[in-house]
Design a protein around this ligand. Structure first.
Ligand code: GAL
Length: 712
């Protein structure tokens, strides 16, 4: 019987190959085809986001990339084998949240949601099956299965571009990893949707992918301020005192995260307040509110036998437990409703601003096994791949229904998650690899924070703090350490200065996130996406022959410790023990962020910034809108002053985004873009202008002053 079946499916494959691939253009520059019979339960169906169609109008026109019709697939043994051709000199990026390399060509990855285990094997918090190529296109496989990816590894005997056999005895160019002409993907199901996403640049393909997933998330303004996660067993009084200490010491604070001890039992979780530590959550939250500090709650979704919802949700949970808690089957509307009602009643109704949803990623020995079953019939494997999407989607829906934006943390995500207001984090705590993860997050429609926990020296504390300030979430996670920003007195003035810089830069960060939402441009991203950045790992290899397979070797030379933050900033973090570092500047004039002095053009510079500075460079003509130092983000309707900085010698322009900063009014057009321009007057002096707020739209801008950072 089995044999007959496979003959039958082979027949079908042959038919589809004869007829050619039918590509359906579903958005400008986004084409989809079905390989085999795709499963209905997939990443995009779980994420449930509608494409942000309007955003595609600002992208250049593009045509179906030529290679698309050469994609091949076959169904073998109930699985789908997909083969996507590669050119010899193509570089590949993406495949989710990798921590150790930016270039992915040559890798073999098992895309599997998991807590990161210290090696880029594909098991990671967001193993997004989307990649982009230096040839300017992207490919997305919309499947909720564990995919095996051979990203340019494995050579076929019938390839027109097959590697040449060599004699290992005498030929020094013999390689154990011969060249491969394809990305091969194994989908353990009888089909999958394949998306080919056009450019013309890799950045354009990323933008289209994010827009396909609903556009990037737009956090509330307060989400871009500073956040502290307090020690696990803090009680209400201690948390209030901590907020007061921030104020007294002059450190900004927009939200505090409570770690497991706010719950009566964890883990598994009751989702209920602990009555000894938090006897009156309503007045606790209102006290915090008076201090302009919001509350975010840690939880995991595994329900404790002591929770009041245990009996009700029991029939809608999976066969296996996690730490003896039952596992809601979020693929059923009933489990979602019980969970949502609980969060609504216990948390949202009393003013909780968001969640940190932990432990939905792995490890295998913690989570449900692959033999677990769920009432919805969704396989354990699919549940594992999509649980992070489910918790983001359901909580996002709750806040959306209240017309309140949220910004929280989650430890697992996947393809389709770009529009969810969540930042990924983990326990791995390698400062260097955290920066590489930040770079890679931009290829995959996810956000990442290189959180600060504790440090062994003031130097490490300051270095980590400096880089978290240039990331999507500026956070100290003191759940175990109890650290505060001022924990290392030797550097606490510097820490305060950087925490304030984060607040001062809020108009810039907010506009860059608006671009993420409306245009799909990731706010934090790799140098490789920056025009004029020509450093290529392959070029650095002196004797690289593309007839062999130099890709795995090339990653040893790649740039994975500097990145772009928004339209104009290049950030080059310093790590413990370093007094100097190399920074590769793309073509064009670049200037020092702090002084406005010329730094270089298309060259590698060696910098010795001192402990008090994280090197940051700014493009010629850049405009960075800043505001005055402040302890909390402006509230809806609150005016704030602008100090608009200009760098370099060229004219500049910037589009400043403004809305109420808290609601979803922007989805109905309640926002404005203000045009900022700097031009040179006849007398040679630079002068700036900003367009008026659109009539009837939010206008939070108070006084405007100008600072021309570069002396002529
Ligand atoms: C870990 C999480 C930490 C912290 C801790 C609390 O799983 O990664 O950030 O929340 O749990 O128990």
């Amino acid at each position: 019987m089995k044999k007959l079946f496979s003959i039958f499916t082979f027949g079908l494959t042959a038919l589809s190959a004869l007829a050619g691939i039918t590509w359906e253009q579903i958005e400008p520059g986004v084409w989809r085809t079905n390989a085999g019979t795709p499963e209905e339960y997939n990443l995009l169906s779980v994420a449930g986001c509608a494409p942000l169609s309007e955003g595609f109008s600002r992208l250049p026109e593009t045509t179906l990339p030529a290679f698309a019709d050469s994609i091949k697939w076959e169904i073998v043994d109930g699985k789908t084998y997909i083969r996507i051709p590669l050119d010899r000199d193509e570089q590949l990026y993406g495949f989710g949240l990798n921590f150790q390399t930016v270039h992915q060509r040559g890798k073999i990855l098992n895309l599997h949601v998991d807590h990161y285990g210290g090696k880029d094997t594909g098991r990671t918090h967001a193993p997004v099956p989307f990649y982009v190529s230096s040839n300017g296109y992207g490919v997305f496989i919309n499947s909720a299965r564990y995919l095996t990816v051979y990203a340019g590894s494995g050579a076929r005997k019938d390839s027109p571009d097959a590697p040449e056999a060599k004699d290992r005895n005498l030929d020094k160019t013999w390689t154990a990893n011969p060249y491969s002409d394809a990305v091969s993907i194994l989908v353990p199901a009888e089909g999958a949707e394949i998306y080919v996403i056009g450019g013309p640049t890799a950045m354009d393909a990323i933008r289209r992918y994010n827009l396909l997933c609903g556009g990037g998330t737009l956090p509330p303004r307060w989400g871009l301020g500073f956040t502290q996660r307090t020690q696990k067993l803090y009680d209400a009084e201690t948390v209030i005192a901590e907020a007061d200490d921030f104020e007294k010491n002059g450190f900004p604070l927009d939200f505090i995260g409570l770690e497991p001890g706010w719950q009566s039992r964890a883990y598994p979780c009751t989702l209920e307040w602990d009555s000894t530590r938090y006897p009156d959550p309503v007045s606790f939250i209102s006290e915090m509110d008076k201090r302009n500090v919001r509350i975010n709650l840690w939880t995991n979704p595994y329900i404790s036998p002591d929770s009041k919802i245990y009996d009700e949700i029991y029939p809608h949970t999976g066969s296996h437990t996690v730490w003896c808690g039952i596992v809601p089957d979020f693929a059923t509307a009933s489990a979602r409703k019980i969970w949502k009602d609980k969060l609504q009643k216990e948390h949202l109704d009393i003013g909780v601003s968001g969640f940190k949803i932990d432990e939905i990623d792995g490890y295998d020995r913690y989570l449900w096994p692959d033999v677990a079953t769920f009432p919805s019939g969704v396989a354990a494997e699919q549940m594992r791949q999509t649980y992070g999407l489910w918790v983001q989607r359901t909580t996002n829906d709750l806040f959306h229904a209240m017309n309140k934006r949220t910004f929280g943390l989650v430890r697992g995500s996947n393809g389709g998650g770009s529009s969810f207001p969540y930042v990924i984090y983990n326990d791995y705590y390698s400062h260097k690899d955290f920066i590489t993860a930040l770079i890679n997050s931009g290829f995959s429609g996810v956000l990442w924070t290189p959180e600060v926990r504790n440090s062994t020296t003031p130097e490490e504390w300051l270095r980590r703090f400096q880089s978290v300030v240039f990331s999507p979430m500026a956070m100290i996670n003191a759940w175990a350490s109890g650290t505060k920003p001022w924990s290392f007195p030797e550097v606490s003035d510097r820490i305060r200065e950087y925490a304030m810089l984060r607040m001062q830069m809020m108009p810039y960060w907010y506009s860059e996130f608006a671009r993420y939402h409306f245009d799909g441009i990731p706010p934090f991203r790799a140098m490789n996406l920056e025009p004029g950045f020509t450093a290529s790992a392959i070029n650095e290899l002196k004797e690289a022959s593309l007839n062999d397979n130099p890709y795995l070797e090339a990653v040893t030379k790649e740039i994975k410790d500097q990145y772009m933050a928004g339209e104009y900033l290049l950030v080059a973090p310093m790590f413990v023990g370093e007094t100097s570092r190399k920074v590769i500047l793309p073509a064009g004039d670049w200037y020092d962020f702090y002084t406005g002095e010329y730094a270089g053009n298309g060259e590698t510079i060696e910098v010795t910034p001192g402990l008090d500075r994280i090197p940051v460079y700014v493009k010629d003509g850049a405009i960075i809108p800043m505001t005055s130092p402040r302890l909390h983000a402006p509230k809806a309707g609150e005016k704030f002053d602008l100090e608009i900085r200009h760098y370099g010698k060229s004219d500049g322009s910037y589009r400043l985004y403004d809305d109420d900063g808290e609601t979803f009014g922007y989805e109905n057009g309640d926002y404005s873009w203000r045009d900022i321009k700097v031009t040179r007057a006849k007398n040679g002096k630079l002068q700036g202008s900003i367009s008026k707020a659109v009539k009837g739209k939010p206008d939070n801008i108070g006084k405007v002053s100008w600072k021309f950072m570069t002396q002529n």
